[in-house]
Design a protein around this ligand. Structure first.
Ligand code: KIV
Ligand code: ZN
Length: 511
């Protein structure tokens, strides 16, 4: 019997710390439910003390999820621990994850605390958390740059205090695989009560080594990996869940452990997270990128046709790529639509929501012959985003574009239910559209990012646009999709403006 490798997903907490990726409570619940469907062991739902929105989100995830453990993050203060415990009350199985920095630079410069004070506070926090739950995780933040003797000392003390998971974060992504593995090996050998806790790792990707470091740590005895869907996370992100899980699954000849994940849900999770956060997946991303299983060169194609194993180490369908990707068309009915979306992890909250999304589906089917899962997912995400309390709604647009002439755009928006028209010129059609929208919404936002992605293949593919806007220190991503990329751009801009102005609480757990 192999050991179990525990998968701890932190998309909803560390992933959300990516610029503009903050999520509403309902978005978090939707992602949590699809993670549960995939049998993720632990879902870190947020940082309850960070904001009322994050508290409510953790509480809602704790109520909605039945099979996975739901975790809340807390610093070592009493208030943090109590707030996390309160948010986790509805959980079938709840974990408090408490952390304090242990590297010399963090202790001296950030905390201004001595190692003795840090140790004392860590022990107090773990004991307090144990009053609420038997499942307590402790992280010495910036362990990757901490002194090994101090790490051993603090880990021994927090295990004695009741921590049963010890997570070793490479907070700044500074480690390399051999060294990180050595740290885990050392800790497991030197900490006298190490056998009383599961060792976990949490790697950031600043040097592109998050997955490699996590896997090296697993080889050295770690039995929990903290990761995120699509590798989302602070700065360059966290270790990507799909890469860690598929590396371990594919190389069972060398790994002494395996996960219990149902990997066929990976693609659904990946698309859902990309849609909700506005962080599209790069085409050459391992496992979930559009090209991950595409063979371009003739030699490769010939090899795969003769014997798939010549160039494929995994089966695309094992991670949820559909072989028969055409799912629906113009004549598909409401029931088929609802059923397929249920299979993709979407449940409609009401008949009205279903009807509205079905109407969008029919509109799209008029423009696009073949409708794929990706189209459905983006269509539903757009629909649900609109269901938020939106001040501005895109109605229509007219573009004047001629070689040698300055492009201009006329935009019709519904502004609090009243139709208004704005006109503007710009450097290009997208610039003109954004200026025309701005003339109506007067958001004063700054554009931080604009990106276009084709959702599927073919020249009739929908373009999916992400617009990142910032205002008064708040950063949001808006997304929009349409067979016309200029219309998709307009929708994305309007969506981002709505999010900036929305009264709906978006969790924002920057620590
Ligand atoms: O990167 C980090 O150190 C963290 C901790 C809170 C675990 O995210
Ligand atoms: Zn982190």
């Amino acid at each position: 019997m192999k050991d179990k490798l525990i998968i701890f997903d932190t998309t909803l907490r560390d992933g959300e710390q990516s610029p503009g990726a903050s999520m509403t409570r309902d978005e978090k619940v939707r992602i949590a439910k699809t993670l549960e469907l995939m049998h993720v062991d632990v879902i870190e739902a947020g940082f309850p003390i960070a904001s009322p929105g994050d508290f409510e989100a953790v509480q809602a995830v704790a109520s909605a999820v039945k099979d996975s453990t739901v975790c809340g993050l807390a610093r070592t203060s009493d208030a943090d621990i109590d707030r996390a415990a309160e948010a986790l009350k509805p959980a079938n199985s709840g974990r408090i994850h408490t952390f304090i920095a242990t590297s010399p630079i963090h202790m001296q410069q950030k905390l201004r605390m001595s190692p003795e004070q840090v140790l004392e506070q860590a022990v107090r926090a773990v004991k307090r958390a144990r009053n609420y739950t038997d499942d307590v995780e402790f992280s010495p933040e910036d362990a990757g740059r901490s002194e090994i003797d101090f790490l051993c000392q603090i880990i021994e003390s927090v295990i004695d205090a009741g921590a049963n998971t010890i997570n070793i974060p490479d907070t700044v992504g500074y480690n390399v695989p051999t060294q990180f593995a050595e740290t885990i090996r050392n800790l497991k050998e030197r900490v006298p009560n190490a056998d009383k806790a599961v060792f976990s790792v949490h790697c950031h990707n600043d040097l592109g080594l998050a997955v490699a470091n996590s896997l090296a740590a697993v080889m050295a005895g770690a039995r929990q990996v903290e990761c995120t869907i699509n590798g989302l996370g602070e700065r360059a992100g966290n270790a990507s869940l799909e890469e860690v899980v598929m590396a371990v699954r594919t190389r069972q000849d060398i790994f002494p452990c395996d996960t219990t994940l149902d990997t066929t849900h990976i693609m659904n999770n990946s698309r859902l997270v990309a849609n909700i956060t506005g962080f599209p997946v790069q085409p050459n991303k391992a496992i979930v990128g559009a090209n991950a299983f595409a063979h371009e060169s003739g030699i490769h194609q010939d090899g795969v046709i003769k014997s798939r194993e010549t160039y494929e180490i995994m089966r695309a369908e094992d991670v949820g790529w559909q072989t028969n990707r055409l799912v629906m068309g113009k004549h598909s009915g409401r029931n088929a639509f609802r059923t397929r979306l249920k299979e993709l992890g979407y449940e409609f909250a009401s008949e009205e929501e279903l009807n509205e999304c079905f109407r969008r589906f029919k509109d799209l089917a008029d423009k696009k012959h073949e409708i794929f899962d990706e189209d459905l997912q983006s269509l539903v995400s757009d629909g649900l985003l609109e269901a938020e309390q939106e001040e501005f709604k895109f109605i229509s647009m007219k573009i004047a574009l001629e070689t040698g002439e300055v492009p201009s755009a006329e935009i019709a928006l519904s502004v609090k239910g009243v139709e208004k028209t704005g006109v503007a010129e710009g450097d290009g059609p997208v610039d003109a559209v954004f200026s025309a929208i701005e003339s109506l919404v007067e958001s004063g936002c700054k554009i931080q990012l604009y990106s276009v992605n084709a959702i599927t293949d073919g020249s009739d593919a929908q373009g999916e646009v992400t617009v990142r806007l910032s205002k008064d220190g708040r950063v949001v991503n808006g997304t929009g999709s349409d067979t016309d990329v200029i219309a998709a751009s307009a929708k994305a801009y309007v969506n981002a403006v709505n999010r900036v102005m929305s009264p709906v609480q978006r969790a924002h757990p920057q620590i």
